[in-house]
Design a protein around this ligand. Structure first.
Ligand SMILES: NC(=O)c1ccc[n+]([C@@H]2O[C@H](COP(=O)([O-])OP(=O)(O)OC[C@H]3O[C@@H](n4cnc5c(N)ncnc54)[C@H](O)[C@@H]3O)[C@@H](O)[C@H]2O)c1
Length: 543
């Protein structure tokens, strides 16, 4: 009987605990049922396609924890790769620079030579979301069927095609990207339809749970590592090989293995649950503002119930980031496609509540500023979607800016980590600036100093919880602002300062609490301000 190369390769994985060397195809089928009989495959070279917020930190930590494994991170984006090879990394994450510098050039490499890195690798991670050159800022489809909700898998598909084209022999291909359930199946079908005699590609799912801002800590001390694969002996062998990589530093009890679909769905479900908690507490914040309750007190009281837990109960101006919205929308789409409309509309509410919270906050700013912000200067502090990252994808700041620009407000934006070009790019997107991209140059100024942003401003709006915003000199800010001077704290970072800020003279508006304040105190307006011209002229001016 003629053995296929595929089966011959299987023979080499079998532990020859008896003297028999030849194993017939039938014997292979029988013996492979017991995974113990399959020899361990050792991963020595890893390639990661996608040098973004996930691929870069994940592979840097793997390289640091596994000095005997060579890790190459590749990307189509030359600028990004150049930055990874420079002193200024393309992303900001606390502790990341030290990790990269400890192993770059030793067992960690960043390259644009994608085919060579794939060819050399035992394991290929797919960690792409969208091409940076593309005009969309999300991997959710922006066209055709499923527009706005379905995941756009074209980048993952193109990776799969490239892998099968340049590969030979045995390789484990692992989805790190968050993908819709059964994406692994699509990858496998592309492999099967393009296979060659020498090729054996195993597909695993290993979704990443890191959170931006704490990526290095999350990677070094993960709550869990999830690896999904086929329930066949080959699938189990690939899972073992990947487990062995993580076992360098993650306790075995935290490495969970499941079937592929459970792994894919777990990632979507985890993000949906996290987003849902934020929308739930945000919905309560609206009630608090209407009733006089304080959402922080409510969160503390309910979070002390161990069944609920205290984490992720922080009311805010709404969640952002590249993942929550797209993953919940993918889940909604999946439910609709599977004819589960009630489940779909349940999860859709999480998104709707988030949008409501952003709109509600913007409306409050407008209402408090005497029902109009047209031509008024507003200092917006924080543009990243959360602190300790420079990532602005789906940041609530973008939407608050949009609603204020729609009303003709003049925005002076400051963020300690986000580049000026990024802010301008985000606000110039058609969905934000609609049919008038010029309005960004008319209405938006980016400043490199928070005090400068507040000069002659009617209001200061905090959109990101950067620690530095707790420590600003608010006396100095107050003096610079027009009166009455408003603070809109969209992140509850100034709670501990309310009494002090009120005694300075600020009017404070925050999420989920009515900050009662005394009558607006009279303060002479600063010279040259809009209100200055309406003040009674001083004697000196008359003379
Ligand atoms: N950002 C997070 O916090 C986070 C956390 C967990 C999971 N995820 C998931 O991980 C995936 C990646 O997210 P990210 O934030 O790192 O995205 P990212 O946009 O920061 O990085 C993706 C990179 O892939 C590159 N790329 C796209 N197509 C490519 C191709 N064909 N060949 C080579 N490079 C290609 C892009 O140029 C880009 O640099 C997404 O599915 C996301 O949902 C993200």
């Amino acid at each position: 009987m003629k053995e296929s190369p595929f089966l011959l390769q299987w023979q080499t994985w079998l532990r020859c605990d008896d003297k028999s060397v030849f194993i017939s195809s039938q014997a292979v089928t029988v013996r492979l049922v017991n995974p113990v009989e399959i020899e361990m495959f050792e991963i020595k070279r890893i390639c990661c396609i996608g040098a973004g917020y996930v691929g870069g930190p994940t592979c840097s930590v793997i390289a640091q924890m596994c000095p005997e494994i060579t890790v190459t991170v590749v990307d189509v984006n030359e600028t990004r790769i150049k930055a990874w090879n420079s002193d200024t990394l393309p992303i900001y994450e606390p502790g990341l620079k030290e990790v990269v510098e400890s192993c770059r050039g030793k067992n960690l490499f960043f390259s644009t030579d994608i085919p060579s890195a794939i060819k050399d690798a035992d394991l290929v991670f797919i960690s792409v979301s969208h091409a940076v050159s593309a005009c969309v800022n999300t991997p959710t489809k922006t066209y055709g069927m499923g527009k706005g909700r379905a995941a756009d898998l074209k980048f993952i598909e193109s990776c799969a095609r490239q892998i099968v084209e340049v590969s030979d022999g045995y390789k484990i291909v692992t989805e790190k990207s968050t993908v819709p359930v059964r994406a692994a199946e699509s990858i496998r079908r592309i492999f099967d339809a393009n296979t060659k005699p020498s090729l054996n590609l195993q597909v695993l799912s290993n979704p990443e749970f890191l959170a931006e801002g704490t990526a290095v800590r999350d990677l070094k001390e993960p709550d869990r590592v999830l690896i999904g694969g086929d329930e066949t002996p080959e699938g189990q062998r690939a899972i073992r090989a990947l487990c062995a990589v993580y076992e360098h530093w993650v306790p075995k009890s935290r490495i969970i293995t499941t079937n592929t679909w459970s792994s894919e769905l777990s990632k979507l479900a985890a993000n949906a649950f996290l987003a849902q908690r934020i929308s739930s507490i945000n919905s309560i914040s609206a009630l608090c503002e209407a009733t006089g309750a304080d959402v922080e007190e409510v969160a503390k009281a309910i979070g002390m119930d161990q069944r609920i837990g205290s984490k992720f109960l922080k009311a805010s101006v709404g969640f952002g980031g590249s993942c929550f919205q797209k993953d919940v929308l993918n889940l909604v789409y999946l439910c609709e496609a599977l004819n589960l409309p009630e489940v779909a509309s349940y999860w859709q509410q999480v998104i709707d509540m988030n949008e409501y919270q952003r709109r509600r906050f913007a409306c409050r700013i407008i209402d408090c500023l005497f029902n109009t912000v047209t031509g008024k200067k507003i200092a917006l502090l924080g543009f990243s979607f959360k602190k300790d990252t420079g990532d602005t994808r789906e940041s609530s700041s973008i939407y608050i800016s949009k609603y204020l620009m729609d009303e003709g407000a003049k925005l002076f934006i400051y963020d300690p980590k986000v580049l000026k070009q990024q802010i301008i790019y985000d606000l110039s997107q058609p969905s934000i600036s609609e049919d008038n991209p010029e309005r960004v140059s008319e209405l938006v100024t980016i400043t490199s100093d928070p005090y400068e942003a507040c000069q002659s401003a009617h209001a200061l709006v905090i959109c990101t919880e950067w620690d530095m915003f707790r420590e600003l000199d608010y006396e100095k800010i107050y003096k610079k602002m027009l009166k009455p001077a408003f603070i809109f704290d969209g992140r509850r970072v100034l709670d501990h300062l309310h009494a002090e800020l009120q005694s300075i003279g600020f009017q404070i508006e925050t999420i989920g609490k009515k900050v009662t304040s005394a009558r607006i105190p009279y303060t002479p307006a600063i010279v040259g301000s809009r209100t200055a011209s309406t003040e009674p002229p001083t004697k000196k001016a008359k003379a």
